[in-house]
Ligand binder design. Structure first.
Ligand code: NDP
Length: 497
């Protein structure tokens, strides 16, 4: 049985009210006082227990992706992909694996509108027989930066001004105008798809290349595309403003009501796969997360379905405490040299240890569902799983402790070169090729107008030098794009260029 279903509501069963130690509570409306007008007594154990718990209700909010919602369901393998991977949950057509999914926005603090123009998170935890495997995706197939050393900077620039605590478009556009590799993500974000109509109507992308390895040891660089079966749908900015007057939780509400009414939400999972040897000479650097792989070069290969069928039983227990990491992989799925992926593999568990504690894997939603954990790790705050009982806690040992399985080792990776702050080699006009294709081939006239209009609105109060740099950057993408942006910026009610 799905362990998570054991968290059931007892609201209708008229249980006796207790303290957190289980002692029956005699009264919950009036404090224990010395006489009707006297002070509260320290011996009001229930009052102190209740207030102390309340005082500690908040845990640190996620540093990004604080606003979110999700649910539970399963992944079903619909196609044979044994040619690409030996991962057990991806072998055996028809096999189902339980999943937990959390959608989110990126920048907003808890309580912020979930209709913000912002990349959406789309994180999936699969409880496989080889441990938890997470796909920690976004609804954009690329990212703003390709070196993680800039990650805090890109997030700071799009957040609040440190002095005024107000979001400052100067900061965001200053950063972008000085990072040409961001432009493809910006064009997606300021297109119609930048404001998804809820979480059910958006796609998810790994954006990273992972490495998949089959049973023979053949390896492939693989990107994930998780396409909504409900169709991509967006909300016009003027409509989102109206909705935000009623609720800041539109996307969460839509998902809750949909799953709550007994309907399922589903996505089809595709991959793009490049044989590893071919990847080395591919025109685009496969470790560069600011690039897609054109579908014409590597078409989508169907794999399976992600299906959500039920809401969480409790938001804090499951959605607030769920802890994802792109480093949660299994034999047959390995990391690539994508620098952002490598950094996330460190950063996600690092932030979970800070946010949830050293033993965050023991929180039920994060526990591997199949089999127990066997290792030599012990103790730490909130160790609640029995701490592996009387099992031996060191290795080597002669006591029959758990042993390694060398057959699960990752494929050896050849490395060469100098240890130094290496630049990405393949940059320059190649960074403009894909945004140019997006402008020339993908965007229809209406979408081009929308894009220029949305960027202009966001940039209208920016300093002239920032606007000028953005016009130059967009001109490098396509002269028509640059000219249209320049004209639009000159015609909004703001300082001229
Ligand atoms: P294709 O024509 O094969 O694919 C275009 C892609 O763009 C499709 O995935 C499509 O999604 C998506 N798209 C269509 N309209 C919009 C929009 N308004 N906003 C955002 N995405 C949209 O071309 P290529 O594969 O050669 O890619 C060309 C450009 O398309 C890329 O440079 C990139 O900017 C963009 N793109 C490419 C993706 C890829 O993985 N190849 C993924 C997403 C965007 P749908 O099928 O749902 O309409």
């Amino acid at each position: 049985m799905d362990k998570r279903q054991t968290v059931v509501s007892t609201a209708n069963q008229q249980q006796t009210l207790t303290t957190s130690q289980g002692m029956p509570v005699d009264g919950n409306q009036h404090s224990l006082t010395a006489g009707p007008r006297g002070p509260i007594l320290l011996s009001d154990i229930h009052f102190i227990d209740k207030m102390a718990k309340f005082d500690r209700e908040r845990i640190p909010e996620r540093v990004v992706h604080a606003v979110g919602a999700g649910g539970f369901g399963h992944f079903e393998l619909t196609h044979d992909v044994s040619k690409y991977t030996k991962a057990k949950f991806l072998n055996g057509v028809g096999k189902q694996t339980p999943i937990c999914v959390r959608f989110s926005t990126t920048l907003g603090e808890r309580g912020f509108s979930d209709l913000d123009r912002d990349p959406r998170g789309f994180a999936i935890k699969m409880y496989t027989e080889e441990g938890n495997v997470d796909f920690v995706c976004n609804n954009t197939p690329f990212f703003f930066i390709r070196d993680p050393l800039k990650f805090p900077d890109v997030i700071h620039s799009r957040r609040r001004n440190p002095q005024t605590n107000i979001r400052d478009p100067n900061m965001a556009w200053d950063f972008i105008s000085l990072n040409p590799e961001s432009i493809q993500n910006i064009m997606f974000l300021f297109s119609e798809r930048g404001i998804s109509d809820g979480y059910r109507h958006m796609d998810g992308f790994s954006a990273h290349a992972y490495k998949w390895v089959n049973a023979k040891g053949d390896s492939f660089l693989v990107k994930y595309h998780i396409k909504t079966d409900a169709g991509v749908k967006s909300i016009a900015p003027e409509d989102s403003v109206k909705i935000e007057q009623r609720t800041k939780d539109y996307s969460a509400e839509d998902l809750w009501n949909h799953l709550g009414s007994g309907k399922a939400a589903s996505w089809t999972f595709f991959i793009q796969a490049i044989p590893e040897a071919e990847a080395a000479t591919y025109r685009y650097d496969v470790t560069d997360i600011t690039k897609i792989w054109p579908h014409g070069d590597y078409p989508l290969i169907p794999v399976g379905k992600f299906v959500l069928t039920r809401n969480p039983s409790n938001n804090f227990a499951e959605m607030e405490q769920v802890a994802f990491s792109p480093g949660n992989i299994c034999p047959g799925i390995e990391l690539s040299n994508d620098r952002i992926l490598q950094a996330r593999v460190f950063s996600y568990p690092d932030t979970q240890r800070h946010r949830l504690g050293a033993n965050f894997e023991q929180i039920p939603v994060n526990c591997p569902m199949y089999g127990k954990i066997h290792n030599y790790q012990r103790d730490g705050p909130m160790r609640v799983d029995g701490n592996q009982g009387g099992g031996v806690n060191y290795e080597p040992n002669s006591l029959g402790g758990p042993v390694e399985d060398p057959s699960t080792a990752a494929k050896p990776v050849a490395v060469s070169g100098h240890a130094m702050r290496n630049l990405y080699a393949n940059t320059g006009d190649i960074d403009m090729e894909q945004p140019r294709a997006f402008w020339e081939r993908v965007l229809k006239e209406e979408s081009k107008k929308y894009l220029v209009n949305a960027m202009t609105k966001s940039m209208r109060t920016c300093r002239p030098d920032i606007k000028q740099r953005m016009v130059t950057l967009c001109t490098n993408v396509h002269p028509e794009f640059g000219t249209r942006l320049k004209t639009a910026l000159e015609n909004v009610d703001a300082p001229k260029l």
